[in-house]
Design a protein around this ligand. Structure first.
Ligand code: TPP
Ligand code: SF4
Ligand code: MG
Length: 350
């Protein structure tokens, strides 16, 4: 047996959300990851966010690549659509699924090896095309599944468990996502659920390419002194720029007199409330975000929080002017409109 199913019996008193599901309805199989792996905390945060936002599980499609991180969709949202692709290829498969059916919520789950090493090109194009998705990288600085080799996000000078020093410069996926045009960019830590859950909720509500880099320590291969992805290192160097207090109710829209609060409109008419922890940081300024992330990085600190958001983002479908109906619901009349329509299209191309 390669997985453990969870018993489906629920206690009748379990609290249900607005669409009639308990939190347990958003769980998956029992995790087979190492005890203490950060990735399990990310799965729990996804369960919490989807339950709190009243998302019907059958409206979600979860896709991943290969790695311990990419195994995790098996451990959450057991009643949702799922597809485990080839190593580093989640973004292109997700892009195709999204083009075919834009009505689902797309969760792309990946690792630092999956997205920054073999899948770097795929990551880049999903960001620049504005594919509407929540793209989560569970970043531990190593290839956990294949026993702890440095990944492309490992910091130069950091050491492996057996003492080897990483000689290569690190790829910072947050900085890349900002440069490539992602319209929601955040970073968090698997050990800080109170920061991570609202960031995932904000990404789910966003309509565009939403990227979250979650530092998620690998307790088996990269949690020692000398690693910059260990629980201790991240706790000591975590510099949160803001905290989201997400509000989903249009009725609550009101201006705030508190200068520490930033109100951001949401596509569904609600709003997101952000509490500034750095007084002058403006998360709607892409250049400022790139500068702040780089400045903290140079000082050895890790910028976390909602780093950038474009509340007026456009997604790939708007750019391509695609049909709003999912392709599997189009009938013969729409798909084969006849020779006269074809002749008109051909004439328009001459
Ligand atoms: C095409 C291909 N190349 C290499 C591998 C071997 N491989 C499997 S998982 C993995 C890296 C996983 O690292 P990461 O994405 O960071 O996930 P983690 O296990 O750390 O969560 C590699 C290199 C593979 N499965 N397929
Ligand atoms: S090897 Fe590392 S990444 Fe994989 S399950 Fe174990 S702790 Fe997690
Ligand atoms: Mg990894």
């Amino acid at each position: 047996m390669t997985y453990l199913a969870k018993p489906k019996l629920h206690h009748p008193s379990l609290q249900k959300n607005a669409v009639g599901y308990t939190r347990r309805d958003y769980e998956g199989k029992v995790s087979t990851l190492c005890a203490g792996c950060g990735h399990d905390s990310v799965s729990a945060a996804i369960v919490q966010a989807c339950w709190q936002l009243d998302i019907a599980p059958h409206r979600v499609a979860k896709l991943s690549g290969i790695g311990c991180s990419s195994k995790t969709p098996d451990y959450f949202l057991g009643a949702s659509h799922g597809f485990n692709t080839v190593h580093g290829r989640m973004p292109s498969v997700l892009t195709g699924a999204n083009l075919a059916n834009r009505e689902l919520l797309y969760l792309g789950i990946s690792g630092d090896g999956d997205s920054a090493s073999i899948g770097l090109g795929q990551f880049a194009h999903a960001m620049r095309r504005g594919v509407a998705m929540v793209y989560i990288v569970e970043n531990n600085g190593v290839y956990g599944l294949t026993k702890g080799q440095f990944s492309a996000t490992a910091d130069r000078g950091s050491t492996a468990k057996k003492g080897a020093t990483n000689q290569d410069a690190a790829i910072d996926l947050v900085s890349l996502a900002l440069q490539l045009g992602a319209t929601y960019v955040a970073r968090s830590f698997s050990g800080d659920k109170s920061q991570l859950v609202p960031l995932i909720e904000g990404a789910i509500k966003h309509r565009g390419a939403a990227f979250i880099d979650v530092i998620s320590p690998c307790v088996a291969f990269n949690n020692h002194a000398g690693s910059t992805r260990s629980y201790d290192h991240v706790r000591e160097h975590n510099e949160a720029l803001n905290r989201i207090d997400f509000i989903d109710l249009a009725a609550e829209q009101q201006a705030s007199g508190d200068e520490a609060l930033i109100m951001l409109p949401q596509p569904d008419g609600g709003q997101m409330r952000l509490r500034r922890l750095h007084p002058d940081y403006d998360p709607t300024d892409r250049i400022a975000a790139m500068n702040q992330v780089a400045a903290l990085q140079a000082a050895g600190e890790i910028a976390t929080g909602l780093l950038f958001v474009d509340p007026l983002a456009r997604d790939m479908h708007q750019g391509l002017n695609t049909v709003t109906t999912p392709l599997n619901r189009l009938g013969e009349r729409e798909l084969c409109p006849g020779a006269a329509v074809l002749a008109k299209i051909n004439a328009g191309l001459r």
